[in-house]
Design a protein around this ligand. Structure first.
Ligand code: S3P
Length: 176
């Protein structure tokens, strides 16, 4: 029962897809941003503004470390988790890394709904910032075991496709 670990930029649907996958597999759903907020009693945006991004990244790596030994979970990660390869090493040890992709324009539209909760996009030109961050993160995305572009897909189809691909990988591993 490997974990299913959802990676991807803000607004690619990790939380919504993760909750649905957890139900489908009867796994526990864990969200790393939520783990950090519960531990610090602060919102992610507050941690960024009061303590800075570096502190947030440290808390994020601690959360990954604490989750590393778990199995049978769907773990939805913060978009920047990929920036530290140690995070991915730990998550991949017990987990299948599933990357959700989206076109920048679609991400832009989706994140506008909760713009105040996205500290990294508090910029004069958020779309340009999304494109810049995506380009910066591109090399890290290659670690994923499964990649899916969800730009033109509905939630049901995304969940079904991931489910099928995860079962394929688990089937291959169990007969190997
Ligand atoms: C971040 C993504 C956010 C949150 C923080 C930083 C990022 O999570 O961890 O604002 O660096 O991309 P979501 O991807 O769940 O929005």
């Amino acid at each position: 029962m490997k974990n299913i670990v959802l990676l991807g930029f803000m607004g690619t649907g990790k939380s919504a897809v993760g909750r649905r996958l957890a139900t489908a597999f009867h796994y526990q759903f864990i969200d790393t941003d939520q783990v950090i907020e519960e531990k610090t009693h602060k919102r992610v945006a507050e941690i960024f503004s009061e303590q800075g991004e570096e502190t947030f990244r440290r808390l994020e790596s601690e959360a990954v470390f604490d989750l590393a030994e778990r199995t049978g979970c769907v773990i939805s990660t913060g978009g920047g988790i990929v920036l530290d390869s140690k995070n991915l090493d730990l998550l991949q040890k017990n987990g299948i890394l599933v990357l959700l992709r989206c076109r920048p324009e679609v991400i832009f539209k989706r994140v506008q709904k909760r713009a105040g909760q996205r500290p990294l996009l508090q910029k004069a030109d958020p779309l340009a910032e999304i494109k810049r961050l995506l380009a910066e993160r591109e090399p890290f995305y290659r670690r994923a075991d499964i990649t899916l572009d969800t730009s033109d897909m509905n939630l049901d189809d995304v969940v079904q496709q991931i489910k099928r691909k995860v079962l394929e990988i688990e089937g291959r591993e169990s007969t190997a």
